[in-house]
Design a binder for this molecule. Structure first.
Ligand code: NCD
Length: 318
């Protein structure tokens, strides 16, 4: 069911998927359709956020998420500032709260934050007046990634309700898997997860997913396969014997794809480790929607920025 005209988000911040209800998720996905259309025009700019200031506060490396937010802000005519740990006073030892209070003193309307600590955006939401958007906090949540993933699934499959989705890989370090599970369960999809037992967080099954140790069982008949990156920078070593062994057991190959539904789509949030969690032929092959996820990411972030600035369904500036 599509939300009625006039419906708006009931939240000031986007800290995660968990606090949203199913209607709010649908509102964001429906609003994204309009922004995707704007992104396909020869002139991709609308005056919606003219005069608003947005700070992109990235304390961890990022390529897609950061450039996607920046393009989304530019297409909405907002003024944006990029702020990262390297080259800032954070490298001189300034605390997160002090840095945020100083940024806040410059009166931004929104702060988009990525941080290695789970809960950092929630802390900022308590001490700052600005709207806070979580662009990934530790291994906790990455709400805009889950929204762009859901948008892509709905675009390709026509629905989320009843879809069988397998999420495979390094589940332990992934904020993407948590946000995806919250969202997919809210909209009625069935989720199976698989990864080496050393990379499955204890208690994951309590989120309402089936945990399958063998990747083959997880892939059986699924409509969507989402592969996750092996996050070697967060491992102290020892989670699995070698990258070759990992690929042999959990790499998505053309052979393994045959186990899924014949119209399966293959997703990955990026960055890819080719030959580790996914074979190059699969990443570049006919089932892959990986670059479409990136395209949709800009439209999803435009929708989020619009809705959190008080935007209302059916009143989008043309
Ligand atoms: C992910 C992240 O940073 O959480 N990437 C992304 O935002 N597209 C996943 C990852 O780093 O593997």
């Amino acid at each position: 069911m599509t939300p009625e005209a006039g419906f708006r988000l009931r939240h000031k911040h986007l800290l995660g998927i968990e606090p949203l209800d199913a209607d709010e998720v649908r509102l964001i996905l429906d609003t994204t359709e309009s922004f995707l259309e704007i992104s396909q025009r020869p002139i991709k700019k609308v005056p919606t956020l003219r005069g608003r200031t947005i700070v992109n506060f990235f304390m961890e490396p990022s390529t897609r998420t950061r450039s996607s937010f920046e393009i989304a802000e530019k297409r909405l005519s907002a003024d944006s500032l990029n702020f990262s740990a390297a080259g800032s006073s954070v490298s001189k030892g300034e605390s997160l709260i002090d840095t945020a209070r100083n940024l806040e003193a410059m009166a931004p309307d929104m702060i988009v934050v990525r941080h290695s600590a789970a809960g950092a955006p929630h802390l900022l939401a308590r001490v700052c007046r600005s709207t806070i958007i979580n662009a990934g906090d530790g291994a906790h949540e990455h709400p805009t990634q889950a929204l762009l993933d859901a948008f892509t699934m709905r675009q390709k499959k026509g629905r989320i309700d009843g879809l069988e989705v397998a999420i495979v890989g390094d589940l332990l370090h992934s904020r993407v898997v948590r946000s995806n599970i919250f969202l997919l369960k809210k909209l009625g999809a069935k989720v199976r997860v698989s990864g080496p037992p050393t990379l499955v967080p204890p208690g994951l099954h309590r989120l309402g997913v089936e945990v399958r140790t063998h990747m083959e069982e997880a892939l059986e008949g699924v409509d969507v396969v989402m592969m996750l990156r092996v996050q070697q920078e967060r491992m102290l070593g020892g989670a699995f014997p070698s990258l070759r062994e990992y690929f042999n057991l959990y790499g998505l190959t053309e052979e393994r794809i045959k186990l899924a539904h014949r119209d399966v789509i293959v997703m990955h949030p990026g960055p890819l480790n080719r030959g580790v969690e996914i074979a190059a032929e699969v990443a570049d092959g006919p089932y892959s929607v990986i670059l479409e996820q990136v395209t949709n990411g800009v439209a999803v972030r435009m929708a989020i920025l619009y809705l959190l600035s008080g935007g209302v369904v059916g009143e989008l500036a043309a």
